[in-house]
Each structure stands twice: as C-alpha cells, then as structure tokens.
Design a protein around this ligand. Structure first.
Ligand code: GDP
Ligand code: MG
Length: 163
C-alpha cells in the first residue's frame, strides 16, 4: 500500500459521490468496512498499479456541525492525522462556507499534503469557478465533478503521483 488518502469536507459537498466515482473507474474496491464506525468508511483502491487506502470521513450530518470543536472537525482531525494525502472537498456552487474555513484552518496547521477539490463543477467551461478557493490557503484548487466524472481521471493520476 503506497499510502492513505483521507477525504474530508462538510456534509453534502459530494464526498460519497466522489468516492463512488473514483472506485468505479479503474480502481478496484477489494475491501470495504462499512459501519465499523458510523462515521468512517475505508476502501482499498488501485490505480495504474498503485494501491492506496481511501478513507471517507462522511457520516456526521450537518446537525452535528457548527462551531470549532464540532464532531466534523474532530473527525477530520483524526483522518488528517493518519493521512499521507488529504482530499479537501468543497462545493464550488456554494462558495467558501464557514465550515470550509474551519477545516482549512485545521489543514493549514496540520501541514499535510492537501488537494482542494472544487466539486460540483459539472460544466468544464466553469472550471475557473474553482479559483475563489485559493483563499483557503491550501494551494491551487482543482475543478471537479464527482457526479459526472469530469476531472476524476486526472485526479487519480495526481493522487498516485503524490503518494
Ligand atoms: P457528502 O455528504 O459529502 O458525502 O455528499 P454526497 O456525495 O452525499 O452528495 C450530496 C449531494 O450533492 C447529492 O445530492 C449529490 O448528488 C450531489 N452531488 C455530489 N457531487 C456532485 C457533483 O459533482 N455535481 C452536482 N451537480 N451534484 C453533486
Ligand atoms: Mg457522504
């Protein structure tokens, strides 16, 4: 296993949809442990000969969210701790939310390699919408549509290149 990739982001930004997309392309899901905890789902994936562990931190819903120290932030911290690479998913249609700011602060402090995924950009002509997320201070945001797959092959290439 080349490394562990954690997917973090507030509820409804599209984490689960992205995981489905990533694992139903060429990546093979060989091991799934749903419900080990309510909040955590772990998959083993393969892309162009490289195996990695993909951890979905979804499962805490928006009602649990809110101020610093929330369950969402707590869960993200734990996932970031064990990750070699973090995929920070944001909803490009919503713009930067207080929840995004909260997670971005945790990620900046953790200094883990992070890719900001500006998700829900279904139309490649809107890729420039990703640029506003630069302000999160975590590097160049990637335009992506987990739902339609736009950008997901490039993302898998990038993941294995950075592990
Ligand atoms: P999670 O809570 O972060 O796991 O988010 P989900 O994957 O459950 O997605 C939340 C909602 O956003 C669902 O209605 C998805 O269909 C929708 N969604 C996810 N990804 C995309 C996308 O790339 N484009 C659009 N238009 N909708 C998306
Ligand atoms: Mg989810």
């Amino acid at each position: 296993i080349a490394g562990t990739v954690a997917i973090v982001g507030f509820p409804n930004v599209g984490k689960s949809t992205l995981i489905n997309r990533l694992t139903q392309s060429r990546a093979a899901v060989v091991h799934e442990t749903p419900g080990v905890t309510r909040d955590r789902k772990e998959l083993l994936c393969e892309w162009t000969g490289t195996w990695f562990r993909l951890v979905d931190t979804g499962g805490v819903d928006a009602a649990d969210g809110g101020p610093f120290g929330s369950k969402i932030a707590e869960q993200a911290r734990a996932a970031i701790e064990e990750a070699d690479l973090v995929l920070f998913v944001v909803d490009a249609r919503a713009g930067i939310t207080p929840g995004d700011e909260e997670l971005a602060a945790i990620l900046r402090a953790a200094k883990r390699p992070t890719i900001v995924l500006a998700n829900k950009i279904d139309d490649p002509r809107r890729d420039t919408d990703a640029a506003v997320f630069h302000r999160l201070g975590l590097g160049e945001p990637w335009p992506l549509s987990g739902l339609h797959g736009h950008g997901s092959g490039d993302l898998l290439d990038e993941i294995v290149a950075r592990l």
